[in-house]
Write a protein that binds this ligand. Structure first.
Ligand code: HEM
Length: 406
């Protein structure tokens, strides 16, 4: 019979302390050498590519996203947290599969490609503001403002409302501030305003179709099954939540890395066709989402170990991205290399990032444009990183200098 995970003698690690990234990776190497599993204060952790993939692809393991609010003791009829529980990020089984089937057509590479000219226009406009100075602080000047107009354009919201969306996103992200009791009124208010706004847009698109996501979603149908207005409103909220901070932080991580490899930055400026590989390699080497979590929805046996129902397991995407069993020379950063496996920062299995095509297009367009307009890029001082405990992680400040006037 399989041994219960609680009885195993396992390496213990605590990622909730302020370790820098290299220390965390060294810790993963140590763990992998001793066991495929480690114990953490909240549950267990896997960091081998094979195990991370297997757990994320096994439908008996359910997303732990719904547990943030349950653990904080916050839920209630009709509250924002109950709505979150119903979101695509947290649904499981057939209700989740149904949503993914219906919306899949709206998130294809072709749909993302339609937004590329708009993406170039937005990044270009942001760079125009500082190009002549030869200096910028990339997080505030480019990464923060970039994704909101893209989400707005995707949904079909006009430029006049970018500020509103930005405000709602900031308020709703307070969910991750670890102070839910105090932040709850602001989060509720912003969520309700966003819902009302999107609901009105859906109603309008029903009578006046446009070239945007909401119109596509109204038309989207799978075997006669359609999304309800509530489901569309929920999806718009999920897109704003899942597509904003992830993209901001990833762009900052990718540029920080390339700024430390000037020869690769120059290559990227000269060869736009390298942009897709630059995105995959920077996401593998320095991903903004370093892990996700699952809990056992029933007793699960895996590698002869029993995980009793309710057991929490952190699946380390950054660990998987550096597993020497999967990658040749994982610590070498090279945007020209053809890698043996897809990078893991978009996750795997049924919750694999719905916006991956859009995010890839956003990052490819931004990286190539920045490389072209910021030649001879260098870090101007020191990069300030967010604390390693932050879920969606990257530079808090990224001061840069470069040749002006491009
Ligand atoms: C570089 C940027 C991004 C990264 C690193 C990223 C990463 C991820 C990861 C790791 C997951 C899976 C989480 C899990 O398994 O628990 C996920 C899910 C998701 N992402 Fe992204 N994401 C990015 C951008 C976006 C964008 C731009 C959108 C908006 C269209 C988006 C929408 C979603 C949605 C809706 C889900 C939930 C899918 C589901 O549960 O079925 N993401 N993302």
């Amino acid at each position: 019979m399989a041994t219960s995970v609680h009885e195993l003698d396992l390496p213990e690690i605590d990622l909730d302390i302020d370790l820098d990234r290299d220390q965390v990776l060294a810790l993963f190497d140590e763990v992998r050498a001793r066991h495929w599993l480690a114990r953490t204060p909240l549950g267990y952790l896997v960091c081998r590519h094979e195990d991370v993939t297997a757990i994320l692809r096994d439908r008996r393991w359910h997303s732990a996203a719904s547990m943030i609010t349950e653990m904080a003791g916050l839920s209630g009829e009709g509250s924002v947290f109950d709505r979150q529980r119903e979101s695509i990020l947290t649904l499981e089984g057939e209700p989740h599969a149904r949503l993914r089937r219906i919306v899949a057509g709206a998130f294809t590479p072709k749909q993302a490609d339609k937004l590329r000219p708009f993406m170039r226009e937005v990044v270009g406009g942001l760079v125009d503001a500082f190009a002549s100075e030869g200096r910028c602080e990339l997080v505030a000047d480019v990464c923060e403002p970039y994704p909101i107009p893209i989400v707005c354009e995707l949904l079909g919201a006009p430029k006049a409302d970018w500020k509103l969306f930005s405000h709602w996103a900031t308020e709703i992200f307070k969910i991750f501030n670890n102070d839910l009791l105090n932040d709850m009124p602001a989060i509720e208010k912003a969520s309700n305003e966003l819902d009302d706004y999107v609901r009105a847009m859906v109603e309008q698109r029903r009578s006046q179709p446009a070239d945007d996501l909401l119109t596509d979603l109204i038309a989207a149908e799978e075997a006669g099954d359609k999304l309800s207005t509530d489901e569309m409103v929920g999806l718009a909220g999920a897109v704003l939540m899942a597509g904003t901070d992830t993209t901001r932080n990833q762009l900052a991580c990718s540029v920080a890395l390339l700024a430390q490899h000037p020869e690769q930055w120059k290559l990227l400026a000269e060869q736009p066709e390298l942009a897709p590989r630059a995105v995959e390699e920077t996401m593998r080497y320095l991903g903004s989402v370093r892990g996700t979590g699952r809990f056992a929805s029933e007793d699960i046996e895996f590698h002869d170990v029993l995980f009793p129902k309710g057991t929490l397991v952190a699946t380390s995407l950054s660990g998987a991205n550096y597993d020497p069993e999967t990658w040749q020379a994982p610590t070498v950063f090279d945007i020209t290399a053809i890698r043996e496996s897809p990078q893991m920062t978009f996750g795997s299995g049924i919750h694999f990032c719905l916006g991956a095509n859009l995010a890839r297009a956003e990052l490819q367009e931004a990286l190539h444009l920045l490389a072209r307009r910021m030649p001879n890029l260098a870090i101007d001082g020191a990069i300030e990183w967010k604390p390693s405990t932050v879920g969606i992680w990257g530079p808090a400040r990224l001061p840069l200098r470069f040749d002006p006037g491009h």
